[in-house]
Design a protein around this ligand. Structure first.
Ligand SMILES: *Cc1c(COP(=O)(O)O)cnc(C)c1O
Length: 373
């Protein structure tokens, strides 16, 4: 995107003038392990179900603004009432809507970086001040006492579990404590929860935590990132507040139909998730083998990505893309993430290609700079 010229900036809301258009530095590449999508092939049967679902969509008609069928199916999946489910055009839209409804000028949002950057970005869009409670350097552990302290005066506290990009999960009892401490909304973003161990979701806490909101998406475990479909779980009253500020037709009929089809393919999704989790452990194991020879640190992850720390991370990432056609995400310039790259877990073939290129390029960088390996 082009930079915003001064003349245009003067026309903009003052507090938005210094923001920049989002650029994830995507590029055409053969193996894209940069966005945590599900890269495993879906079955013929599932593709056929997509086709059948699409054939039933009346494109000349508006979609059901309440997405009743999809919400009923999601409610059943999650063990909540349909009134507790709000669908959105990707979890991103839901996040924005939640901040729009509950945060804003003078209404502070507490986040625990390094974490998903959209929380702070969306807070800026709605004019909400952000209070950062940084994770511990070294292992990214949450600073629990400071978090609880900050939450006491916040309009919203946001945790991501498993956290993007560090991969760790939050304990449900900390979420309960946060909910007790915070007078406002407590959001737990569970975009990657399907890849985490049983019992990691905080959705069971919805019963009894009136201001808890849980965010989910079809973009990661489900293979529908392109369809833009997410959903939020909350107490009925909070769900209604969220529904009040949403664009009524933001979830189109095609996405609603595809989401329903995928919920009916839940057994296949579960099988793919198991395969991806096994592949994550295999990839982590292979990376840890490298650490005997190369200065690479591999962080434990309960998501479908791994965070690694290495010298010359940016150069290695750049060379991986240009020489090997493998794209990973560069966080090495992000605060708290010096030297870090995030690698999505791909198929075994994709991951092997990444590993081969990664080890070769890192070795060559170290050698070139005269650093012993
Ligand atoms: C990918 C991601 C989302 C957004 O998912 P969409 O449904 O594709 O908008 C939300 N939160 C986190 C932490 C993510 O990594």
């Amino acid at each position: 995107m082009a930079a915003i010229p001064e003349g245009v900036k003067r026309l903009m809301r003052e507090d938005l003038r210094e923001l920049e258009p989002y650029d994830p530095a995507f590029r055409a590449t053969e193996v894209n392990l940069s966005a945590n999508e599900n890269t495993w092939p879906v079955s013929e049967a599932r593709l056929a179900a997509y086709q059948a679902a699409l054939a039933g969509v009346a494109l000349n008609r508006y979609p059901d603004p309440l997405a009743r069928e999809l919400r009923a199916a999601l409610a059943e999946r999650c063990g909540v009432a349909p009134e507790q489910v709000v669908v959105c055009n990707g979890a991103d839209e839901g996040l924005f809507n939640l901040l729009l409804a509950f945060a804003g000028p003078g209404r502070e949002v507490v986040v625990a970086p390094p974490t998903f950057e959209e929380y702070a970005n969306f807070a800026a869009l709605v004019g909400a001040p952000v209070r950062e409670v940084w994770r511990r350097e070294g292992d990214f552990a949450l600073d629990e006492p400071s978090l609880l302290d900050a939450a006491r005066t916040a309009s919203m506290a946001i945790l991501c579990s498993p956290n993007n990009p560090t991969g760790d999960v939050v304990r449900p009892d900390l979420v309960r404590a946060l909910h007790d401490a915070c007078p406002g909304i407590v959001l737990v973003d569970e975009a990657y929860v399907d890849f985490a161990g049983a019992g990691c979701s905080v959705a069971p806490l919805l019963d009894g935590c009136e201001r808890l909101v849980v965010a989910r998406t079809f973009s990661k475990a489900f293979s529908l990132a392109g369809a833009r479909l997410g959903y939020f779980l909350a107490a009925p009253g909070v769900a209604s507040a969220l529904a009040t500020v949403r664009q009524i037709y933001s979830v189109n009929a095609v996405s609603q139909a595809l989401g329903l089809a995928d919920l009916r393919a839940e057994a296949e999704v579960a099988e793919l998730v198991r395969a991806i989790v096994a592949e994550r452990e295999r990839l982590a194991g292979r990376l840890r083998e490298l650490t005997r020879e190369l200065p690479v640190e591999v962080f434990p992850s309960q998501a479908n990505f791994l965070l690694v720390r290495l010298p010359h991370a940016s150069v290695v990432r750049e060379r991986l893309a240009s020489e090997e056609g493998v794209l990973v995400r560069d966080f090495s310039h992000a605060p708290g993430l010096a030297g870090c790259l995030r690698v999505s877990v791909g198929t075994t073939a994709e991951d092997e290609r990444f590993l081969a290129g990664f080890a070769r390029i890192l070795r060559s960088e170290l050698k070139e700079r005269g650093q012993s390996i």
